[in-house]
Design a protein around this ligand. Structure first.
Ligand code: 3H9
Length: 692
């Protein structure tokens, strides 16, 4: 075996040259990997004894794509298209041997090989769309030639990988290798190809699978229509469709040039930069500065959940789905039965959509132990409290839990706002206590705020950070403060939204502006969904706010058929003239003169105070990094991923612009807009929240 460069080597095994790429962690197509591939194939070509070439990877995966961290830097030769040309135009058959994940540019490398073999556990895919891109190295031209336009677009527009067995069925992979024995299987396959004098099969030369789409532009129209909602706001998907259409309409050489041009143009868009930022931010968020890999984690084999309400049930489902048994306790049989049946109904609804079998539903529910006996929590490795959001109640629960839970068990509260340190002080083991703030619906929303208390031990924190991805969550470590990161920032937006409607904007205008920005819902539709009566009491209500008036009139949100909006049976919201009148009268009674408010002011007044609060959160060390705040908003509140999160968005607007607007608002509307010191500092330095 001879080294080609630092990440590639070449071995000659009889008549077969094996080019091995080994560039941890994921063999991304860095300059060195591209160089290794090109020189490896060239060396194999130059060797007269060699009759076939195998490209294989060391480590956990085949090439997982272009090196995303290299995007935005000046490109260095050899360029990927040249490397791919070299492989495709080799005079000897090249076989790609795939394990792990052949993604993006990695899959595109495999598609230029003349043959492909994969272990059954391998996956292939073109996830570029998730980075605001389209495949840029032939994916949109070669995949349709192998599987047809519709399947190819399905893969490209979803970005979801498909398994090797499917790949074999579709003709993407020629052979399935023996699991764990890829190299030997690939060598045997190569020997067979040599013996059979197999042709140099180039995907680019095929067109049979394109035929059904020729002269049928309506196929593309139908796909546009079917995806319109899902891709609202995203720029890349239209380009993906256009590029696949080019595969049908243009000769290969023209199609591939156009694909590359579109890819390069998308690379420069703010959307793609935002989505790449999110890719790395998500992976960063799990890392805690003072917790290294040496900090031991505890095994979590069983979980207890206190409270079978909407939150408790949703939380329990995460663990049941991940194969971890859950004991759920309630104080009354009715509440317990209701909670359990809601969980079953939720699973059954997923099964109806074809995403679970009924057997799996039964298996998951079989892991649940519903009980009225608090003592049943004694054996749990982790207990999560999800009772009513009231400090006295939570304190009592923790005091009792302290006397029951086994030593070393982790005790978590799902509080959305309350002080974890105060809660922990009710136990004799505050080091085992932390917050696990799930977002509603807890079985769906991906965010988990992991609240680190003053005394939470490193091991407890490391355990929950490692547990988060196992239950399908993206964990973000946050500090103790009112509302933590997400709800603390949300409060800023809600306050401004209420002020805006008092000053003359309608709730529908505010919602429209925020959904046009890309949020899944505006603040008023969201309030209606949550219920306007959360934290409201009929006994003490004194028509002191718009919410009081709405609740007193029985307009308590979607569940009562009316809130800010009117709702029909299908819960479709309709603007209400009556609510507009209520707001108008209320403003008059408060002496607030109403005026016409433009969309730009609505957006800036809702979003900039959130950014400002984010800066304060950073200043106070309640979040470790600006990108963590972005992750909270993307996974907890549906912030549009193509805007990268509030802090990234601030960078794209320019911190000086954000600061100037905040100062203007401060002069007009008061100290709710007083800029954070960190924002002032970064703006003065011409710096940004996200470090490149
Ligand atoms: C593309 O290919 C464009 C082409 O069409 C055209 C080109 C001209 N680059 O996720 P993990 C890092 S676009 C750089 O935790 P897993 C990652 O940041 C690309 N770094 O592991 C992390 O670093 P750290 C298309 C990358 O086992 C470490 O590797 N490809 C890349 O859960 C481990 O990652 C994709 O979009 C990369 N491409 O999952 C694939 N990938 O340890 C993106 C990973 O410092 N990658 N890193 O935090 C993935 O989907 C997953 O990483 C993968 C492994 C499934 C491969």
């Amino acid at each position: 075996m001879a080294a080609i460069n630092s990440v590639a080597d070449l071995a000659i095994d009889g008549e077969i040259a094996v080019v091995t790429i080994d560039s941890p962690p994921v063999n991304a197509l860095s300059q060195a990997v591209r160089d290794g591939l090109k020189r490896g194939v060239e060396a194999a070509e130059a060797n007269g004894a060699v009759k076939a070439v195998v490209i294989i990877c060391g480590g956990r995966t085949f090439i997982a794509g272009a090196d995303i961290s290299e995007f935005g830097k000046p490109p260095a030769a050899p360029y990927l298209p040249d490397v791919l040309d070299r492989i495709e135009n080799a005079s000897k058959p090249v076989i790609a041997a795939v394990h792990g994940t052949a993604l993006g540019g990695g899959f595109e490398v495999a598609l230029t090989a003349h043959y492909r073999i994969a272990v059954p556990s391998a996956k292939c895919g073109l996830p570029e769309i998730k980075l605001g891109l389209i495949p840029g190295a032939g994916g949109t031209q070669r995949l349709p030639r192998l599987v047809g336009v519709e399947k190819a677009l399905d893969v490209i527009l979803s970005g979801t990988p498909f398994g090797a067995r499917e790949a074999k069925e579709w003709g993407v992979v020629d052979e399935l290798a023996e699991e764990g024995n890829l190299r030997e299987s690939a060598l045997a396959f190569a020997r067979r190809l040599i013996a059979e004098k197999a042709p140099l099969r180039k995907v680019r030369d095929r067109s049979d699978k394109l035929e059904p789409a020729r002269g049928h532009p309506e196929i593309f129209e139908a796909i546009r229509k079917a995806n319109a909602r899902k891709f609202r706001g995203f720029e890349a998907w239209e380009k993906a469709i256009e590029s696949v259409k080019n595969a049908v309409d243009l000769p290969f050489d023209e199609g591939i040039v156009k694909e590359r041009q579109m890819f390069m143009a998308l690379l420069q868009t703010t959307q793609s930069k935002a989505q790449r930022h999110v890719f790395f931010a998500e992976r960063q968020a799990a890392k805690v500065a003072d917790i290294g890999p040496d900090v031991p984690t505890k095994p979590i084999r069983s979980v207890g959940v206190i409270g079978a309400g909407t939150m408790g049930g949703g939380i329990a489902m995460n663990f049941l789905s991940a194969g971890i048994p859950v004991t759920i306790v309630e104080t009354s049989k009715e509440a317990l039965d209701r909670g359990v049946s809601v969980m079953r109904r939720n699973y059954e609804a997923t099964a109806k959509k074809g995403r679970l079998t009924m057997k799996e539903v039964d298996e998951r529910m079989g892991r649940l132990k519903p009980t009225l006996d608090f003592g049943a929590l004694a054996e749990a490795d982790l207990v999560i409290e999800a009772v009513f959001e009231n400090m006295d109640i939570k304190k009592k629960v923790f005091e009792r839990l302290d006397s029951i839970a086994k030593p070393g068990a982790i005790l978590a509260s799902n509080t959305s706002y309350l002080d974890i340190d105060d809660i922990a002080s009710m136990t004799k083991r505050p080091e085992d206590v932390l917050g696990m703030h799930f977002f509603s619906p807890a079985n769906v929303m991906r965010l988990l705020e992991i609240v680190r208390g003053a005394k939470t031990s490193k091991s407890v924190l490391a355990t929950i950070a490692a547990l988060a991805p196992k239950i399908g969550k993206v964990g973000v470590v946050v500090g103790v403060c009112h509302g933590f990161v997400g709800n603390r920032m949300l409060a800023q937006r809600q306050r401004e939204a209420m002020k805006l409607i008092l000053e003359g904007a309608t709730p529908w205008a505010v919602d429209r502006v925020l959904t046009a920005f890309g949020m899944p819902m505006g603040p008023f539709a969201m309030s209606d969904l949550a219920g306007l009566d959360i934290g409201w009491s009929a006994e003490t209500s004194k028509r002191a706010s718009i919410r009081d008036i709405l609740c007193e009139e029985g307009r308590r949100g979607q569940k009562t058929g009316a809130g800010f909006y009117d709702y029909d049976e299908a819960r479709t919201p309709k603007p209400s003239a009556h609510v507009e009148a209520i707001i108008r009268d209320f403003a008059k009674s408060k002496g607030v003169a109403q005026r016409t408010i433009g969309d730009a002011e609505i957006l800036e007044r809702c979003i900039y105070p959130m950014i400002n609060e984010g800066a304060k959160i950073l200043e106070e060390g309640k979040a470790q990094r600006a990108s963590d705040i972005d992750i909270v908003w993307i996974y907890g509140y549906g912030w549009p991923v193509y805007r990268g999160g509030p802090m990234f968005y601030a960078d794209t607007v320019g911190l000086r612009n954000v600061l100037a607007k905040l100062k203007e608002f401060q002069a007009k509307f008061g100290d709710d807009f007083k800029p954070a010191a960190l924002l002032e500092k970064l703006a003065a330095e011409g710096a940004a929240f996200s470090k490149p």
